[in-house]
Ligand binder design. Structure first.
Ligand SMILES: [Zn+2]
Length: 55
């Protein structure tokens, strides 16, 4: 299993498992991952299910 990679900043998780602090979002049928810092900054957009292109 590949390491979790943040869809916004490209940061990779330290482990193969997605850290609990990371957020997941399904957009257009794809599962996207966001690291803890990006998730905090974009929590409103993620919760609103907005497509990343609008951020
Ligand atoms: Zn990130």
């Amino acid at each position: 299993m590949a390491r979790a990679t943040c869809a916004l900043c490209g940061r990779q998780a330290d482990t193969e498992d997605t850290p609990l602090t990371w957020a997941t979002s399904v957009e257009g049928g794809r599962k996207l991952l966001y690291c803890d810092s990006c998730a905090r900054e974009n929590v409103r957009g993620i919760e609103g299910k907005l497509d990343a292109v609008y951020w």
